[in-house]
Design a protein around this ligand. Structure first.
Ligand SMILES: Nc1nc2c(ncn2[C@@H]2O[C@H](COP(=O)(O)OP(=O)(O)OP(=O)(O)O)[C@@H](O)[C@H]2O)c(=O)[nH]1
Ligand code: SF4
Ligand SMILES: [Mg+2]
Length: 397
């Protein structure tokens, strides 16, 4: 991901689904006007989901996902169908590509049922209109990947399905007034990426600027001096969760204190779940399993928090012999029943639908779900304080 690009979590994810040979990959290529996916007349050409981030007019920043056919057979086919099903947890909009010369089949109806169940807006594209000659369908569009007929209409219809991009959500702009000062504490240690800030920090700064507030970014080591030299009290101090233990003693009690990950949890709509989930740490017993889940595999931005620090803190805080398991990237266990708690990272590389799915899945499985920042604040005994910026959340504690 380049520095200036839109984070994948903020892109509208558009998935193309359907039977083998329906022309999914051909439609993806026509839709994007790029050769993203391999096309052939052999059934089962696309064996893994193909993902491509791009700017697409009139849609803006999108993530295009081509998938393997949903009717694939045999054990290998079942594996491909499984991967396609995983994609279904993160698409915002589904395009069902139907081979117009065949019409809808059982696999297509099964897909439509899944879209409905997951509340994914869906659009049917009856492909190969150059062969069928049919121009109208009651429940979809006649398109041809070959002649590009109606591909523009397909794009416009998808664009209409995309909810307006600015849905009014704020990271912290609603917590400050114009002219306020927000102090952002960013420890620069070995874990900090070279030469830049991580995404939640960049997004928070941008949000503060949008609100007309000043964002003062400082290391934990210079925080005390900065607070003394400031002419007025900052409106809020936002810290990296890892520096909580130190920062909480430096920031005066009457100054609001919170963390990037708590702000991001609220932004992504699961702060209340995370707060309730953190309380489960108190109930952990010897031999209990805890799943620590990271949204990316590169481990660059979050370094060893999930693999080393959190497990150590958990064992130290509870004094119990806890079994820690980890998952990373797009993978997430299909069975959460062995776990007493899921602690998820900020999920900055995952889109909201995927995070919502994981949270919902944990809830459906009866497993408490929290995130790094909330868990760390809880174990530091300052969760209540970090939530004081959200007065209506206090009662959850
Ligand atoms: N005539 C015609 N042929 C098409 C059209 N779209 C796709 N095809 C042909 O249909 C065949 C399958 O196309 P693909 O795009 O590979 O189909 P797919 O759905 O991605 O197939 P899998 O990856 O195997 O699941 C290829 O031979 C394409 O050339 C179309 O609009 N018109
Ligand atoms: S581990 Fe999670 S929060 Fe950290 S960079 Fe990856 S997706 Fe973002
Ligand atoms: Mg294909």
């Amino acid at each position: 991901m380049s520095l200036n690009s839109t984070p994948s979590g903020e892109r509208v994810h558009i998935g193309f689904f359907g039977r083998r040979n329906a022309g999914k990959s051909s439609v993806v290529n026509a839709f994007t006007n790029q050769q993203i996916s391999v096309v052939s007349d052999v059934k089962g050409t696309t064996t893994d989901p193909v993902t491509k981030a791009m700017e697409l007019l009139p849609l803006g920043p999108v993530m295009i996902i081509d998938t393997p056919g949903f009717d694939d057979e045999g054990s290998l086919g079942a594996e491909r169908v499984k991967r396609t099903k995983q994609v279904l947890n993160r698409v915002d909009i589904a395009v069902l590509v139907v081979d117009g010369t065949v019409g809808k089949t059982a696999a297509d109806h099964e897909l439509i049922a899944i879209f409905e169940q997951k509340k994914i807006p869906c659009l049917v594209a009856y492909n190969k209109s150059d062969l069928t000659g049919q121009k109208e369908y009651a429940d979809g569009l006649a398109v041809s990947a070959l002649t590009k007929e109606n591909i523009d209409s397909l794009k416009e219809t998808v664009a209409r399905l995309v909810k307006s991009e600015d849905d009014g959500r704020k990271i912290c702009a609603d917590l400050v007034e114009t002219g306020d000062i927000a102090v952002l504490v960013v420890p620069i240690d070995k874990a900090a990426p070279k030469g830049r800030l991580i995404l939640p920090q960049q997004q928070t700064i941008r949000d503060l600027l949008d609100a007309g507030a000043a964002a003062l970014v400082v290391r934990d080591t210079e925080l005390a001096d900065l607070l003394v030299s400031l002419g007025k009290k900052p409106s809020v101090v936002i810290t990296d969760s890892q520096a909580f233990a130190k920062v909480k003693d430096i920031v005066p009690d009457d100054v609001r204190l919170t963390s990037f990950s708590i702000l991001m949890a609220r932004y992504k709509g699961f702060l209340e779940t995370a707060v309730a989930g953190a309380a489960a740490i108190e109930r952990l017993q010897d031999g209990d399993r805890v799943l620590i889940s990271e949204g990316c595999t590169h481990h660059r931005q979050c370094d060893d928090i999930g693999t080393v620090k959190l497990p150590n803190w958990l064992r130290k805080y509870t004094g119990k012999d806890i079994v820690i398991e980890t998952s990373s990237g797009k993978g997430f266990p299909e069975d959460l029943s062995p776990y007493k708690l899921v602690i998820h990272c900020g999920g900055c590389m995952l889109n909201e639908r995927e995070m919502r799915y994981r949270r919902q899945f944990a809830e459906d499985s009866g497993v408490p779900f929290t995130n790094y920042g909330t868990a760390i604040a809880y174990m530091n005994g300052i969760l209540k304080r970090t939530l004081s910026v959200f007065p209506n959340l206090q009662k959850t504690l």
